[in-house]
Design a protein around this ligand. Structure first.
Ligand SMILES: Cc1ncc(C[n+]2csc(CCOP(=O)(O)OP(=O)(O)O)c2C)c(N)n1
Ligand SMILES: [Mg+2]
Length: 405
């Protein structure tokens, strides 16, 4: 598709300031927008006065675990996409390209921290120990959640853009008050994930105002993957997103979101800052959604292949593999082992998904009030009459579940 024909040309960003040009420069890494990068796309390390010291905390096993987690979640993404294409999931939200942003930040969190994800944070879920098969329950349409957030301090996915940032600030203010009343409590922080598109929502603004006013222990983690479905990120803000933090009065850091070492270091710094009582931080992880928005989307309709190729060359897995091999921290057997584990994971996911039973609709009605309520009873009767009107109505929930409900 010729550039002039792309629907995104409807956004006229030219003006007296030539904002589009200024932004393009910023996006390209112009010096006035510093982007923290420790490992470049060729696998070479670079020094950063503030964040390089964080690398001293990492041993070889930790570095290998970054790779293992990124490869695992990419494999998970592929298997979930296949399950959707085969009709076993209603929808899938791919994360490919964003592995470093998610694994680096997720691994920086401590068990006592609490995470509020969007709907794409499968990599963060992995680092928190969520059973990946449970993540698929929502996308199979059999649960509004799928896992118990209390088990891993990883909240349920939120599909309504940006509301989780409000929940996150409220939760962080709760942590603050718990700490004030119990000096022995372990300091904790909250991590709120959101996208470049969600950053335009009023909820994010309100969250940041509250967080700043109350010095809440929250890290706002914006994955700028450059697209909000078909809307490019430069439309969301006339200034680089990271610069917004200054307007609220807390630190903002742009990090190379495809560099797992930098994301980990920056996230550790921000979480420590928040836990210490110094207030919120905004991290803008500069990354790219290599795949479609969801399995219901076709990105060839609104962006050019050349742009995807440019970002494919910045693959977070490839650069870490190059580095690990150069440092002799891995051998071929390491990668073969990860591939074998990926096959096992794929088999497990498939089996678990096919075994997921259809919930009995009556349970939803039973959970509305503690005691029977005439309106709920009436509505349940309506649903039962409605279901009975279908030709295959004789097939009960038990039968659909193979008699195993
Ligand atoms: C309040 C609200 N408005 C609109 C939507 C529809 N919607 C779903 S995802 C999306 C784009 C979000 O883009 P971004 O925040 O950049 O996150 P990404 O999907 O790129 O991870 C939109 C508009 C929604 N879910 N909620
Ligand atoms: Mg986005």
């Amino acid at each position: 598709m010729a550039e002039a024909q792309l629907p995104t040309t409807e956004f006229d960003l030219t003006g007296p300031d030539d904002a589009r040009e200024a932004l393009a420069e910023a996006e390209a890494g112009a010096p006035e927008v510093h982007m923290v990068q420790l490992l470049d796309e060729h696998g070479n390390l670079h020094h950063d006065g503030t964040f390089s010291p964080y690398l001293q905390r990492l041993d070889a096993e930790k570095l290998r675990s970054f790779y293992r987690d990124m490869a695992t979640i990419r494999r998970f993404d592929q298997e979930a996409t296949a399950l959707q294409r085969q009709g076993e999931l209603a929808l899938w939200v791919p994360l490919t390209g964003q592995e470093a942003a998610q694994i680096g930040s997720g691994q920086a969190s401590e068990p006592q921290d609490y995470i509020f994800p969007t709907y794409r944070e499968h990599g963060v879920a992995l680092t928190r120990g969520v059973d990946l098969a449970q993540l698929l329950r929502l996308f199979r349409g059999i649960s509004h959640g799928g896992w118990n957030p209390k088990d891993t301090n990883f909240h349920l996915y939120t599909l309504v853009l940006a509301v989780q940032t409000l929940h996150a600030v409220g939760y962080a203010m709760g942590i603050q008050r718990d700490l004030a009343s119990d000096p022995d409590a372990v300091p904790a922080a909250v991590m709120a994930y959101f996208g470049d598109g969600a950053s335009s929502e009023g909820d994010v603004h309100e969250s940041m105002v509250f967080a700043a006013s109350f010095q809440a222990p929250v890290v706002f983690f914006c994955q700028n993957n450059h697209w909000a479905i078909s809307v490019p990120s430069e439309v969301q803000s006339r200034v680089p997103l990271v610069n917004r933090a200054a307007g609220y009065g807390f630190p903002g850091i742009r990090v190379d979101g495809n560099d797992v070492l930098a994301v980990h270091a920056v996230s550790q710094w921000a979480l420590e800052h928040a836990r210490s009582g110094a207030g919120p931080v905004l991290i803008e992880a500069f990354t790219y959604r290599l795949g479609a928005h969801t399995t219901a989307d076709d990105p060839t309709k609104y962006r050019l292949a050349a742009e995807e190729d440019k970002w494919r060359a910045k693959d977070p897995l490839v650069r870490l593999e190059t580095y690990l091999r150069k440092e002799n921290l891995v051998d071929d057997a390491f990668f073969a082992g990860i591939r074998a584990d990926g096959d096992e994971l794929a088999g497990y996911l498939r089996k678990a998904t096919l075994a997921m039973t259809v919930p009995d609709i009556r349970a939803s009605f039973a959970q509305v009030y503690a005691q029977a309520h005439p309106l709920v009873t009436e509505e349940l009767e309506w649903v039962e009459r409605y279901q009975a009107s279908f030709p295959d109505a004789a097939e009960s929930v038990d039968e659909r579940n193979g008699g195993a409900a």
